[in-house]
Design a protein around this ligand. Sequence first.
Ligand SMILES: [Zn+2]
Length: 95
Amino acid sequence: MKCLICETGNLVSASRIEPLRYKNSVLQIHGYLASNCDHCDASLVLPEHMKVNQRLMADAERLEDRLLTFNQIKSLRKLSPAKALCSCLALVGMR
Ligand SMILES: [Zn+2]
């Protein structure tokens, strides 16, 4: 894909660690997706990156607030109520 800024270089998708200000902290978002131009060094977050990045940022905020992440909630929903409660207590106790 051609760079939307210089219209010369090619965009290459890559993941990186992105800082995110949240409340009084700066969280480190691992796996944040963006595309970098090999000509002008522009870094663009494309629409196809947004869903993944938004989930990563929401999970980082949830961890900061000592809440369960999206994947933890998803896995708990597959369990029986009794097992889900035990797993939930174990997850909360690990923090
Ligand atoms: Zn460019």
